[in-house]
Design a protein around this ligand. Sequence first.
Ligand code: NAP
Length: 304
Amino acid sequence: MSTPTNPLFKRITLIGIGLIGSSLARVIKRDGLAEHICVSTRSEETLNKAIELGLCDSATLDQAEAVKDADLIIICTPLGTYSKVAETIGSHIKPGAIVSDVGSAKKCVFREIAPHLPEGVHLVPGHPVAGTENSGPESGFAELFLDRYFILTPDKDTDQDAVDRVKGLWQAAGMRIETMDADHHDQVLAITSHLPQLIAYSIVDTATQVGDDLQKEIFQYSAGGFRDFTRIAASDPVMWRDIFVENREAVLDILNRFDEDLTALKRAIRQGDGEKLQDVFTRTRSARRGIIEANQHLPEDQKV
Ligand code: NAP
């Protein structure tokens, strides 16, 4: 066990140790950000992997046991598990402790977790906007969060000291911190993350169902754009199922808008309206420049 060099917390418990949980555990271990890190997960296989990878000081399948005495508990499981996890751990959390999460939608945290927390426990929801299409503890890496944004979505009554302590942890992981309303977070992420993901799922599904004759060529000539969609569409189906279920309102709003814009593009193609097409494609080119200027253009595994 490494000696903590810079502990921000005495005891941190991570519920879930997949891509995000294990990447955070690696940062906490590397920089000694907790005196003790406890991990709990669903399966014995993942628990053993976490121990083998040296991601924790203690590990248990018993979530209630895991949160006892923890100062900070971070839920790193799919959104669909939130209610059950919170119900299991709620009455075992000590007063004054902080409960946070890393989920990709935020309004549901108040719906699913808050009702199960006792008085005196602080709920500080958050979302590290960083990821890859891979899952599980082996896929994590400490640099995942470097220079990416961490969005905090506390309620207006949340204890400021608790918010600052969660902020400090993610800053230590190299993240830039933003704070916003959960509703606003869900609208923004519906555009920047959830819609592109749905489009990738839809394109790949369409392309792979065009019939056996074309199948070979689809994979052979995938460098023509399809390849990038297949990478995105290879993401964890359970995680994404839960995101679309939990953030359905914001996703449906942006899908309606997207539908209209796609219909307009379809019309321009049908009418041979090259000017309209060129206008749109010129606008989209400048969006890419904006992402490069914000230094958010490289995939997570190519940043370092
Ligand atoms: P992951 O690699 O698939 O790991 C999921 C973890 O949750 C595993 O430890 C798994 O345990 C555990 N788990 C799954 N179902 C469970 C259940 N019913 N009860 C208890 N534990 C359960 O997932 P991830 O990519 O780290 O994502 C975790 C969270 O981060 C999600 O809420 C997601 O929205 C958010 N997020 C993901 C990304 C991304 O790019 N992946 C980015 C930002 C935020 P076992 O392995 O033992 O079954």
